[in-house]
Design a protein around this ligand. Structure first.
Ligand code: NAD
Length: 486
């Protein structure tokens, strides 16, 4: 089976922050892969816009080095690289000043047949100034879209202010708030599995689901981002956006159509149905280590920091479908393995016809986002061989790499898919302004409660599964976390 590559419309894509880490590591390598696949029209151009003083040739040289670093041995040729680099241009620009804007204006085409996309891959304080300058310098035409990176605000008030600023200059239909978790192949596959089959949806409710676990575990610490992270923490950095989005896709009602507003309306309803969690249903942690310089407090150079690098929580969704079904969320840094996984844990059969030595078994549908994206369904079968009826759980692999052929191994990275969706004008996998605000409205009181009480996170050892209290959160209800496995 050969995957179809449908060329997109002609475009000019301006990457503000084109020399930055995200642009070099993800955005430009992603665009290069789309170029190699033939998806990029012959006249499409990419403009890097940043503070450094570079010529086009210097920018191309830097991006060539980035491709070598981040896409080594991926089967492309020197001709592919040259062809891609020819599309690149560079403008030195000041997001908060006047320099470079007239040059950018001359460069960007505004005809009705060219899509203009402006990717804000810069610090969040520059999102507003960029939107304003694109508008006042009349660079953005009717086909313009802006792509806004995370974080989108740090609380409800700042998110509202940012939404208002962006909407002063652009329509909501032109604003693409990125959450790269939504661009992952498996996240979309989750929707295909859930809504494209008769098998799952009838079981997707409180009658059959015991609980849901969503884990996003990292092995890395705060590294060089210590100063930024210490003002943010796991709740703002991961739960309010990525974990919340995943929860919405699992819990939402089937939308009438797979179109942007139908999907986003349903996600919004989930956020609004989330109960405020009880204090005892939240565990905060901060990593520590016996190795000097390796603990959170040393890395952020703030010995009295009370910022969490780990959160585990039990959430309840107050609606008919999910009444009584806990959703357990867990995310943290310096954990024992890097793994992002959603698991739908179904209830046990109401009665076992097998003798008690055969044990009790549950079906678990696991959606793995990284590493090794894929979906597996744990089913119970008879252990082969003589010796009576012994039951064993085996994973049914639903990625079907064999059935789908080699293309199944070469799925686009989240960023490549999302950028192409921007050019196509498809907002389904981007967060709408009201969704982001609703997520902050739910998050804010939790953070405020910690701050007002001076709540201190529990220390946990690096390379573990987090603080003991997180395990207790599950044990209290007779449940346990699934293992974090790379
Ligand atoms: P970075 O610091 O590596 O790069 C910042 C870029 O912004 C540089 O190109 C710099 O020249 C440019 N810049 C800074 N000030 C400017 C100004 N006044 N005018 C014009 N350009 C200016 O940052 P990054 O890591 O690439 O992150 C960019 C954005 O993406 C941030 O919002 C970040 O939160 C978000 N993000 C980054 C990552 C990542 O993995 N790096 C992941 C998720 C989200």
């Amino acid at each position: 089976m050969v995957s179809r590559v449908i060329p997109v419309e002609n475009f000019d894509l301006v990457i503000f922050g084109g020399t930055g880490d995200l642009a070099r590591r993800k955005i430009l390598p992603g665009l290069f892969r789309r170029f190699c696949s033939g998806q990029m029209p012959a006249e499409a151009r990419i403009v890097g816009a940043a503070r450094s003083d570079l010529t086009d040739a210097e920018f191309r040289k830097d991006i060539k080095a980035a491709l070598e670093e981040f896409l080594p041995n991926k089967g492309h040729t020197a001709k592919d690289v040259r062809g891609f680099l020819d599309r690149l241009h560079y403008v030195k620009i000041d997001a908060t000043g006047t320099q470079g804007w007239s040059v950018l204006k001359k460069l960007v085409r505004k005809d009705k047949d060219t899509i203009q996309a402006f990717y804000f891959s810069v610090a969040p304080t520059l999102f507003g100034p960029l939107a304003e300058r694109l508008h006042t310098n009349k660079i953005a035409g009717p086909n313009a879209r802006i792509v806004v990176e995370k974080p989108f605000g740090r609380d409800l008030e700042s998110a509202k202010a940012l939404n208002a600023t962006l909407r002063d200059h652009f329509e909501e239909s032109q604003i693409y708030r990125i959450d790269h978790y939504l661009g992952k192949e498996t996240v979309q596959n989750l929707m295909a599995v859930r809504f494209g089959n008769m098998l799952f949806e009838p079981l997707w409710n409180a009658q059959y689901v015991d609980h849901v676990q969503i884990t996003v575990a990292e092995t890395v610490g705060v590294g060089g981002r210590g100063a930024y992270y210490d003002k943010s923490g796991a709740m703002r950095d991961m739960v309010q956006n990525h974990l919340m989005q995943l929860l919405c896709l699992i819990a939402m009602e089937p939308p009438a159509h797979f179109d942007p507003d139908s999907v986003r309306d349903e996600k919004l309803k989930v956020i609004r149905a989330l109960d405020p969690p009880e204090r005892e249903d939240i565990v905060r942690g901060q990593y520590k280590s016996d190795v000097q310089g390796d603990s959170y407090l040393e890395e952020v150079e703030n010995r009295s920091s009370t910022t969490e690098s780990f959160v585990a929580m039990k959430l309840a969704i107050s609606n008919w479908r999910w009444a009584g079904v806990p959703f357990y969320l867990r995310t943290g840094k310096r954990l024992k393995a890097r793994a992002s996984e959603i698991s739908i844990v179904f209830k046990e059969t109401p009665h076992s016809i097998f003798d008690k030595d055969s044990g009790r078994h549950r079906n678990i549908l696991s959606i793995r986002l990284q590493p090794n994206e894929g979906i597996t369904l744990g089913v119970t079968i008879k252990e082969p061989g003589p010796g009576g009826m012994r039951l064993v759980d085996v994973p049914l692999d639903m990625t079907f790499a064999d059935a789908l052929g080699p293309e199944a191994d070469d799925v686009p990275d989240a960023y490549e898919r999302l950028i192409m969706d921007v050019i196509r004008g498809n907002q389904t996998l981007f967060m709408r302004g009201d969704e982001v605000e609703a997520a902050w409205a739910w998050t804010d009181p939790i953070i405020k409660d910690w701050t007002s009480r001076g709540d201190k996170p529990k220390a946990y050892d690096v390379e573990t599964t987090g603080p003991e209290d997180a395990a207790v959160l599950m044990h209290r209800a007779g449940r346990r976390w699934l293992d974090i496995k790379a």
